[in-house]
Design a protein around this ligand. Structure first.
Ligand code: URA
Length: 451
């Protein structure tokens, strides 16, 4: 078999066999098939898609590229959540300790910043000392002790996703339903969760720009997950505007702590609590989402989830004392304010903050990577003072921006200025949660509120 023939088959719209897919994945992980050939194949998949059979074969080959976590002996059900990626989406940092405080174990395997979206691992690693490259033994031990553990793909566990994820990030091949499905499902199968909540995002800041595309991705994830014997619930959530008020690695850790103290921004709290409610259902702590939500709200108010978060930081090598000292005052010196410049020059409403433009600017600031070898900045990012629906006066501060360097700041500011849209009327209220999708069942959710 030759990689070039497999690329040509996909380019010409043919269905690849399980053997061809296995050959490509194995060769890539072994180093015998180079990045440029896999990039070319990924682009062919981007344009021509994959059948459900090819997607399943890719997921299986990626999973088989490494070891699977053996979580036997750890009482379940083990429940995890995975987001398809967004801007300002820090719900994982809140949900894992919240689930653990409810008595649900969450074995969480996450990713790094991808394209214009942020990554849970990069956020956690902004905590001084925090390690996300856990061995399988450490993962098991922390999961047992703290109720959750946070790790990434390693050279032992789903190495194929570690390589492909980084390659797709810099070759414009992220936005593909089969590649996203295989990437997420191979991690989820390897981490050993019994049940999964998927946060499938749509809107400018998501990989799927339209709700209809988001729904297709949700259905692909639900079908592939259930074929693996997992219990799945997917929520289709809005990602047209950044979630919460902070976008950046350490900034998002800080905002997660605010949420764990019950005082996070309304949009972030809403999405987090709705996802948490579904984790409570799958974890058999609640009979339905309403009961699950009440349980989660009471649990947050008890302060236990924050204790769980800090216990995990200490277990994974993070310096809790330093984290609390840095909270609120660790900022890059390269700073600027973006001020309201409404066209009419008078007091107006913010009608939209384009999440894609913010995410794109965040990469330039140093939050994400432009090339595989780039390192991310812990302190770069954006803090919004105003969001959609807020009234602003001309010249009033909309956001504060911190960058990894003076040049990074200059590169990002135009996109941030352009991200803010103004109008003389308040925009209509927007639902944060559009729909719930699970096997054979779907609900238009009542979740939502002012965006
Ligand atoms: N999250 C993942 O883990 N993989 C993708 O491809 C996209 C989002």
């Amino acid at each position: 078999m030759r990689a070039v023939d497999i690329i040509a088959n996909k380019r010409d719209g043919k269905e690849l066999s399980r053997e061809e897919i296995q050959f490509l994945v194995d060769g890539y992980v072994a180093g015998s098939i180079p990045d440029y050939q896999v990039s070319s194949w990924a682009m062919a998949v981007y344009f021509n898609g994959m059948t459900p059979g090819e997607t399943a074969a890719l997921t299986g080959a990626m999973l088989a590229s490494g070891r699977v976590m053996d979580l036997s002996g750890i009482p379940g059900p083990l429940v995890d959540k995975h987001s398809t990626g967004g801007v300002g989406d820090k719900t994982s940092l809140i949900l894992a300790p919240l689930a653990a405080a409810l008595g649900i174990r969450d074995p969480m395997m996450s990713g790094r910043a991808l394209g214009h979206t942020g990554g849970t691992l990069d956020k956690l690693e902004s905590i001084p000392g925090y390690r996300t490259n856990l061995s399988i033994e450490e993962f098991r031990a922390f999961l047992k002790k703290d109720g959750f553990a946070m790790t990434g793909q390693t050279k032992d566990v789903v190495p194929a996703d570690r390589l492909l994820y980084a390659l797709r990030d810099v070759t414009a091949t992220v936005e593909s339903i089969p590649l996203i499905t295989a990437s997420i499902l191979s991690k989820k199968a390897a981490e050993g969760a019994d049940a999964l909540v998927f946060d499938v995002k749509y809107g400018s800041g998501a990989f799927m720009k339209e709700a209809t595309e988001g729904e297709k991705l949700a259905r692909s994830l639900v079908a592939a997950g259930e074929a693996m014997g997992k219990k799945i619930i997917a929520l289709l959530t809005d990602m047209d505007e950044p979630l919460g008020n902070m976008v950046g690695n350490f900034l998002e850790v800080e905002e997660s702590l605010d949420c764990l103290e019950g005082r996070g921004p309304a949009d972030l709290m809403e999405v987090t609590l709705e996802l948490a409610a579904r984790m409570a259902v799958l974890g058999k702590k609640a009979a339905g989402a309403k009961e699950g939500r009440e349980l989660c709200e009471a649990c947050l108010a008890s302060g236990k989830p924050k204790e769980k978060f800090l216990a995990n930081v200490a277990s994974q090598g993070g310096d809790v004392k330093k984290l609390l000292e840095l909270r609120g005052n660790w900022r890059s010196p390269f700073m600027a304010e973006v001020r309201a410049r409404p066209p009419a020059g008078r007091d107006v409403y913010i009608t939209r903050i384009d999440a894609f433009k913010v995410g794109h600017a965040a990469v330039s600031l140093g939050v994400g990577r432009g090339r595989i070898e780039d390192t991310v900045s812990p302190t770069a990012g954006v803090q919004f003072h105003k969001k959609r629906g807020d009234k602003v006066r001309s010249g009033g501060a909309v956001m504060t921006v911190w960058a990894a360097s003076e040049e990074a700041l200059a590169a990002a500011l135009p996109s941030l200025e352009q991200a803010v849209e103004y109008g003389t009327q308040a925009p209509p209220e927007k639902k944060h949660i559009l729909k719930e999708i699970s096997c054979g069942r779907e609900n238009s959710s009542g979740g939502g509120g002012r965006a």
